[in-house]
Design a protein around this ligand. Structure first.
Ligand SMILES: Nc1ncnc2c1ncn2[C@@H]1O[C@H](COP(=O)(O)OP(=O)(O)OP(=O)(O)O)[C@@H](O)[C@H]1O
Length: 552
């Protein structure tokens, strides 16, 4: 994946995502904060009721009714909290998912594999929502609730307050200790999921080829291995999560036992410190009931700790992806076309090489006026398609620059209809020929569509405009598919057309027709054509030879 993880600060980006559900998160926080005072009240009412029962006093209705009321309010607050929590998680995940989808459509994902893209859209967007509705809220709730419980405990018995104060930090300290390991395990799990997603998708796409070569069993074994690795890494994350909660349960249980021991000894007058005679049965029971409630928010915080690790791993990928300047939140939109349009296309010292290898081409200079035709020629593999991609902004030039109308070239996906592309392996939507043509000209009538099909030698399709096809062009021959892509580019209103071998593998008559069609478009559109065909190359006002050797 070509995303630079240093483009954006993942931690700041992650924190910022709470803006997608501000009111839901506020309501969630309020209902979550209500739990601690209600727990203190519930424990007090229960202790009051028990003390009155034990003392045989008649005032049972008041504490019993108040207790029922508190239990009901607490249950309602819990239900509301669950509702707001799932609502906030869904809102945030949806907003992040929409932005990820838009970024991927703009081409911001660079060379992300399909598996990486689908993981970003599904699991990683989900992890961000889960973190904000879970751990991030619980962190604030736990700190405020802890202070409230401590104040209540210290106000009644400083020894119990001290036990709470000394044992509470054990939980966050332990969480920090396991934190690095948990983060590493979450990263590795996510990496494995991304790999598995891509691997599985690739095999599904190529299932017919695999079957033809009798490779099903070998590939099934491959999927099993990838799946086993994902399972192993998931189990590691779960092991850390379960182990963490088990240790935290132990801390909490020991601390509750300590409070119980102190209260018991005190009630038996076996300890000589603490508030002394003031600690009666009711107060002792209240403190005892308070103890598990005191550790509850911290335990919930710890339980959500692996959600935090998952969200941080997700942010490492999503933050740079969404830091693309064309993000709807940050992009002011494409620059308005300039009134002065001296050149439709200029290459200034353009060079490109894949990775660290030898440059495919360098120092290319040319200036193509609006309405002219630039032809790219050269032997197979010399870089014609690559140069088209650089001109389209699908690949970044390693040197020099490409100017469209005097402006730095936009990426194809962000060109806002200023350029159209017909590649060697065109993509179609699942539908009819008409559906695919109307992608670029929604208002075109059938006569317009039939005319452009005729121009591209597709006048005799079996079902005409209603001919069905799938996304790989299935339903048409390879040559027909490429000509349909050409027809789509011609139908689009884009002033600059980038065409990759539009006459490849055509017989002479069809080639002549395409050449005539493009000749008729010259003057109205600027054409850049990669081709091996001398007839098509003859249209060029300018040509670039790649590979250095001209065979003309
Ligand atoms: N993603 C990539 N990574 C590394 N090398 C690549 C990549 N894509 C293409 N190449 C290499 O770049 C070179 C130029 O490829 P390109 O498709 O631009 O050639 P071309 O001139 O259009 O060929 P043809 O006429 O056969 O279509 C080839 O040698 C190819 O192997």
């Amino acid at each position: 994946m070509s995303i630079d993880p240093h483009q954006a600060d993942p931690a700041a980006w992650l924190a910022e995502q709470r803006r997608h559900a501000p009111s839901m998160l506020k309501r969630l926080l309020l209902t979550a904060l209500a739990d601690a005072p209600l727990a203190i009240l519930q424990a007090a009412l229960l202790a009051w009721l028990a003390a009155n029962l034990l003392a045989g006093q008649g005032r049972l209705w008041t504490p019993a009714l108040l207790l029922l009321l508190t239990l009901a309010v607490r249950a309602l607050a819990g239900a509301a909290r669950a509702r707001f929590s799932s609502g906030a998680a869904a809102d945030i995940s949806l907003a992040v998912r929409e932005r990820v989808a838009a970024a991927l459509l703009r081409g911001a994902g660079g060379t992300m594999t399909p598996g990486e893209a689908s993981t970003a859209l599904l699991e990683q967007a989900e992890a961000v929502g889960r973190y904000h509705a879970g751990f991030a809220v619980q962190r604030r709730v736990a700190s405020l609730a802890t202070v409230l419980f401590l104040v209540a405990a210290f106000a009644v018995d400083w020894v119990v307050g001290l036990i709470f104060l000394c044992t509470a930090p054990l939980i966050p300290v332990f969480m920090m200790l396991v934190g690095t390991g948990a983060q590493r395990a979450a990263d590795r799990q996510l990496e494995s999921l991304r790999f598995l997603g891509g691997y599985f998708l690739d095999r599904l796409r190529g299932v017919l080829t695999l079957r033809a070569f009798a490779r099903e069993q070998a590939e099934r074994d491959g999927v099993d291995i990838a799946n086993g690795e994902y399972r192993r890494r998931t189990m590691k994350v779960l092991r850390i999560a379960f182990l963490t909660s088990a240790v935290l349960e132990l801390f909490a249980a020991l601390s509750v036992a300590l409070v119980a021991l102190y209260v018991g000894l005190h009630l038996l007058d076996l300890v000589a410190f603490g508030p002394g005679p003031k600690l009666d049965f009711g107060t002792g029971l209240w403190l005892l009931l308070l103890a598990p409630e005191f550790y509850q928010p911290l335990r919930q915080l710890a339980a959500g700790y692996h959600d935090r690790a998952a969200a941080q791993s997700a942010a490492q990928v999503l933050a740079p992806l969404l830091a693309d300047p064309a993000d709807p939140d940050t992009d002011p939109g494409p620059a308005a076309p300039t009134a002065n349009r001296p050149n439709a296309l200029t290459l200034e010292g353009v060079g490109f090489g894949h990775g660290d290898g030898e440059p495919l081409f360098e120092n290319l200079d040319t200036s193509v006026a609006a309405g002219q035709c630039l032809v790219l020629r050269g032997d197979s593999g010399t870089g014609k398609s690559t140069l088209l991609k650089v001109i389209a902004g699908l690949l970044p030039a390693n040197g020099g620059r490409v100017l469209h109308d005097g402006q730095p070239a936009p990426q194809l996906a962000r060109a806002d209809g200023r350029l159209a592309w017909a590649g060697q392996h065109p993509w179609f939507v699942h539908g009819t020929v008409a559906d695919n043509l109307r992608l670029v000209a929604p208002d075109a009538d059938d006569a317009d569509l039939e005319r452009v099909l005729e121009d591209c030698g597709l006048g005799a399709l079996p079902a005409g405009l209603a001919t069905p096809l799938d996304e790989n062009g299935g339903g048409l021959s390879g040559g027909q598919g490429r000509r349909l892509a050409l027809a789509r580019a011609l139908l689009s209103p884009a002033p600059l057309l980038l065409l990759d071998e539009p006459t490849a593998e055509l017989d002479e008559d069809l080639e002549a027709r395409i050449v005539a069609t493009l000749a008729a478009r010259k003057g109205h559109r600027t054409l850049v054509i990669a081709t091996h065909s001398p007839a098509l190359a003859a249209l060029g006002d300018h040509s670039i030879w790649l590979g250095g050797v001209s065979h003309d």
